[in-house]
Design a protein around this ligand. Sequence first.
Ligand code: FAD
Ligand code: DHB
Length: 392
Amino acid sequence: MRTQVAIIGAGPAGLTLGRLLERAGIDAIVVERRSADYVLGRIRAGVLEQSSVDLLRELGVGARMDAEGIVHEGAEMSFDGDMLRIDFADLVGRRVMVYGQTEVTHDLMDARSASGALTIYEAENVALHDIDGPNPKVTFEKNGETVEIHCDVIAGCDGFHGVSRASVPERSIKAFERIYPFGWLGVMVDQPPVAEELIYAHHERGFALCSMRSHTRSRYYVQVDASETVANWSDSRFWDELRARLNPEIAEQLRTGPSIEKSIAPLRSFVVEPLRFGKLFLAGDAAHIVPPTGAKGLNMAIHDVKVLGEALVEFFADKSSAGIDAYSARVLANTWRTERFSWWMTQLLHTFPESGDFGRRIQRADFDYLSASRIAQQSLAENYTGFRLSAG
Ligand code: FAD
Ligand code: DHB
C-alpha cells in the first residue's frame, strides 16, 4: 500500500488530522491498534475550547456537537465549601462547549466512513521504519498477514503508550515529567447534573469535580491515592466521598444512581522535545500529557493536529517545508503554556499530603486572591477557555 501520510492512532488527534488532510485532498491512512468499539468505549474528556469547536465545525463534523453540546459561560470553584463563580463570558468574552470526547470521536469516525477514507482497526504489532530516510514505512499484522504502508510522512497520534515516540532513538529526544501521587476516580451516571455549570472543588479530603455529558447524564470525579483500585470503590462509597468534599447545600442536591462507568486515571505532566524526527511528527498525547484538571488534553491534541495539518498541506500542495520545519517549535510554545496552567490548577485544587499545613495555607491564599482579584480571575478564564500564541 502507498499513501502520502500514514497516521498512527485513531483517537481524536489521528481522526481530526485525517479529516483535515482529506478535506485538502491529501491521501492518508489511519492505523489503529484497537477495534472501533474499544476506542468508542473509552470515557475521557468533556470540555471543548472555542478553537476546538471552530475547527470541528470547519471540518464539517460539528452538526451533532452544535445540536447536543452545552455551551457554558462560566464554572464554579469551591474551596472547603466556599464558592466562587468564574464568569468566562464577562471576564474574557469566551465560552466553552461541554461535549464528550467519545462523541467527538464518534462524529469523526462517521465522517470518515461516509467518505470512504481508510482506517485499519485491530492492526497488530505496528512498527515504524526508516523515519530518518526519504522512504519511511509502517508495517503491521492484520488477520495473520503482514501489511506494509509506504508513505512520505508519518503522524504519530498514538497516545502516551504508543509506538511512535518509542521508535525515536533515545539520544534524539528529551522527556520532561512530573508524576503526581494520586489519580482521578471517575463515575458516569444517568442522572441530571448537580448544578448547571461544572464545579471544581478543593477539600482537605481531596479534589472533586462535578461535570456532565448532557442534561440527563453526569460525570463526577474524586481524587484518590495512586495505589487505589476501582474494586475498592462501591457506588455508595463514591457518592459518600463526593458529598463530603462539596459545599453542603450542593451535596444535598446531588442525584445519585448506579454508575454506568467507573475508572481511575493517573495524573502526570509530561512533554517531549522535539516533536519531529525526520519524517515522523508527534502530536497529542504521544507528545505531551497534562493532568486533567484544566480540561486541556483533548484541546491540545486538536490544536497540535491543526498546526500539523496546515503544515502538511503547505508541504504537499505548495511544495514548501516552512510549516513542517516550524511545527515542533510552534507546538512546544503552546504546550508549555498549557502545561503551566494545568499544573497550576492541579496544585491549587488537590491535596498534597507531603506539603503539609504550609502548603494548605498557600492554597487558601491562592483561592482568596482569586476570589478578590478580577485580574486573577481573568487569567484563569483566559487559560481555561483557551490561550494561544497568535502564531500557533
Ligand atoms: P488517544 O486518545 O490516546 O488516542 C491514541 C490512539 O492510538 C488510541 O486509539 C490508541 O488505541 C491508539 N494506539 C496506541 N498505540 C498504538 C499502536 N502501537 N499502534 C496503533 N495505534 C495505537 N483529558 C481531559 O481533558 N479531561 C479528562 O477527563 C481526561 N481523562 C482522561 C482519562 C484517561 C484514562 C486518559 C488516558 C486520558 C484522559 N484525558 C483527559 C486526556 C485526553 O483524553 C487525551 O488528551 C486525548 O485522548 C488525546 O488524544 P490523542 O488522540 O492524542 O490520544
Ligand atoms: C471533565 C474532565 C476534566 O478533566 C475537566 O477538567 C472537566 C470535565 C469531564 O470528563 O467532564
